[in-house]
Write a protein that binds this ligand. Structure first.
Ligand code: EPU
Length: 431
C-alpha cells in the first residue's frame, strides 16, 4: 500500500488531458452484458473501478480485455452466475450488474457493499423500478436476489432523483416487453452516455437527459463500438487545481457545458476562466479569491462530487463561505483533515462554514473517500511544506494517473510505500 506525498507551493503550468468519465464507465461496462455480440468502448479511464468491473465480467464468462484505454468484451458466453461476495463488494456501482443481469437473464444475485463514507446510500428506487418491471427482489444475507419470469414495461415515478436508479431501470427495461416510462429521471450527462451506447446496441430510448425517459423494449441487442464522454468531475477537479496553484492551466478534452456550474462559481470567486470548444483555460493563482456560497444540486446544478475539492479552494477565499451538500448531507469527512492542515472550517448540519484566507500547512492526513482524496491533494498543493496522504486506494478508484498528470504540470508529488503499522491500521479499518 502506498501513500501520496506532496510538497506544496510549486507554481503549476501546462496542459492536462482529461480521461473518460468514471461514472459513465461503471455503467457502460455492465451495459455490455445485454449484448449478444462483442462491444468495444474507447477511452475508458485506467482506474481501479474499471479493473474491478473487468474482473466481474470475466467471472460471469465474458471474454474481456482492457488495453490502452480500450475495453473489449465478447458477452456471448456469459452465464447468470451469482455474485454475492468478492470483488462485487469493493465497488458501490456494482449495483448496475443487477439491472444488466436482470435484463439479460431475468435473474441475478449481487452482493451489496456495506456502509459508505458518504453516509447512507439506499437503493430503494432501483428496487422499486425492478419490481415495477416484474421482478421479485429480496435481500438475503447482504446480497440482493432478483428473479422474474418475464419483464414487462411499466410507468415508474422516481421519488428521489437518482442517477443510479435511472440508469439501472434503463438497463433492466431495454429488453422488457412493451413501453417503460421513467418519470422524474435524473438528467446527468452520464445517463445520456449510457443511453447512447444502448441505442447503438439496438435499444429504443427517447428523452435521456430530460426528466422523462421512454423506452420501447426490443428482443435483441447487438455489439457496437462506443466512445465514452470526458470526465466532468476530473475536469472540474483540475479546474480547481488551476485556480489553487497554477498561473495558467489548460484543461483539454472537456465538454464545457458539463462544468458550467463550476465555471460560474470560480468566476464569482474572481478566478479567470476562458472557455473554448473542448478546452478550458484557468488562470487563478495570482488573483485574490472572493468568498462564495455553494449548494450542491442534481445536474445541471453544482455537483456534490466537486463539493469536497472546492472546499479546499474556499479555505483561501477572503471572508466567510458556506458550502451546503443537499445530495449527501454527511459528505464532510475531509473537513477534519483540512482543519489538521490549518483550515478555518466547521460543519453545521449539511453545511461547511469557512473563514479565510488560512495559511495551510503540510500534515499527515487521510483520504476517507475518492473526492475527499481529491480535496486533500488540492490542499497539499497549496500548503507550506509536505503533506502526506494515506488512503490513496480511494483516489486510485476514480482518478486516472492523477500523480503523473500533476507531475506533468510541475507539481512535486510522489508515492512511497506505507509503513507497516500504517498499512495494518488501514487494512483493519477496511474490514
Ligand atoms: N437515493 C435514494 N434512494 C435510491 C437512490 C438514491 O434515496 O434508491 C438518494 C441518495 O441517498 C442520494 C440521492 O438520492 O441522497 C442521489 O443519489 P444517486 O442515486 O443519484 O447517486 P448514485 O447514483 O448512487 C452517482 C455517482 C456519485 C455521485 C451521485 C450524485 C456513480 C457510480 N456514482 O451515485 O459519484 O455523487 O451520483 O451525483 O455514478 C463519486 O464519483 O465520487 C460519486 C460518489
Amino acid at each position: 500500500m502506498d501513500k501520496l506525498l506532496i510538497e506544496g507551493g510549486t507554481i503549476l503550468e501546462g496542459t492536462v488531458q482529461i480521461s473518460g468519465a468514471k461514472n459513465s464507465a461503471v455503467a457502460l461496462i455492465p451495459a455490455a452484458i445485454l449484448a449478444d455480440s462483442p462491444i468495444t468502448i474507447d477511452q475508458l479511464p485506467d482506474i481501479s473501478d474499471v479493473h474491478t468491473l473487468c474482473e466481474l465480467l470475466r467471472e460471469i464468462g465474458g471474454d474481456v480485455s482492457f488495453k490502452n484505454h480500450t475495453f473489449f468484451v465478447d458477452p456471448s458466453h456469459m452465464v447468470d452466475m451469482p455474485l454475492p461476495n468478492g470483488p462485487v463488494k469493493r465497488l458501490r456501482a456494482s449495483y448496475y450488474l443487477m439491472g444488466a443481469m436482470l435484463g439479460r437473464f431475468h435473474k441475478a444475485v449481487i452482493g451489496l457493499p456495506g456502509g459508505c463514507n458518504l453516509g447512507p446510500r439506499p437503493i430503494d428506487q432501483h428496487i422499486k423500478g425492478f419490481e415495477a418491471l416484474g421482478a421479485k427482489v429480496t435481500n438475503e444475507r447482504g446480497a440482493i436476489y432478483l428473479r422474474a419470469d418475464s419483464l414487462h414495461g411499466a410507468r415508474i415515478y422516481l421519488d428521489v432523483v437518482s442517477v443510479g436508479a435511472t440508469i439501472n431501470i434503463m438497463l433492466a427495461a431495454v429488453k422488457a416487453e412493451g413501453q417503460t416510462v421513467i418519470e422524474n429521471a435524473a438528467k446527468e450527462p452520464e445517463i445520456i452516455d449510457v443511453a447512447t451506447l444502448l441505442t447503438s446496441m439496438g435499444a429504443k430510448i427517447k428523452g435521456a437527459g430530460t426528466d422523462v425517459i421512454r423506452i420501447e423494449g426490443v428482443q435483441k441487442l447487438h455489439g457496437c463500438r462506443h466512445m465514452i464522454i470526458p470526465d466532468r468531475i476530473e475536469a472540474g477537479t483540475f479546474m480547481i487545481v488551476g485556480a489553487a496553484a497554477a498561473d495558467h492551466l489548460l484543461i483539454d478534452n472537456v465538454i464545457p457545458q458539463h462544468v458550467e456550474s463550476l465555471t460560474a462559481k470560480l468566476r464569482e470567486m474572481g478566478v479567470e476562466v476562458q472557455v473554448g470548444e473542448d478546452q478550458i483555460l484557468v488562470a487563478g493563482r495570482s488573483n485574490v479569491l472572493k468568498s462564495a456560497d455553494v449548494k450542491t444540486l442534481v445536474y445541471p446544478g453544482f455537483p456534490t462530487d466537486l463539493q469536497q475539492p472546492l472546499t479546499s479552494l474556499l479555505t483561501q477565499a477572503e471572508g466567510t463561505s458556506i458550502i451546503t451538500d443537499t445530495i449527501y448531507g454527511a459528505r464532510f469527512k475531509h473537513i477534519d483533515e483540512l482543519r489538521r492542515m490549518g483550515a478555518n472550517v466547521k460543519v453545521e448540519g449539511r453545511s461547511a462554514i469557512l473563514s479565510g484566507p488560512a495559511q495551510l500547512e503540510g500534515a499527515k492526513v487521510k483520504a476517507t473517500d475518492l473526492r475527499a482524496g481529491a480535496s486533500l491533494v488540492i490542499a497539499g498543493l497549496m500548503a507550506r511544506g509536505i503533506t502526506e496522504i494515506i488512503g490513496v486506494e480511494h483516489i486510485d478508484r476514480g482518478y486516472d494517473h492523477i500523480m503523473e498528470k500533476l507531475r506533468g504540470i510541475g507539481a512535486n508529488i510522489w508515492r512511497e510505500p506505507m509503513h507497516e503499522d500504517e498499512a495494518r491500521e488501514t487494512l483493519k479499518e477496511q474490514e
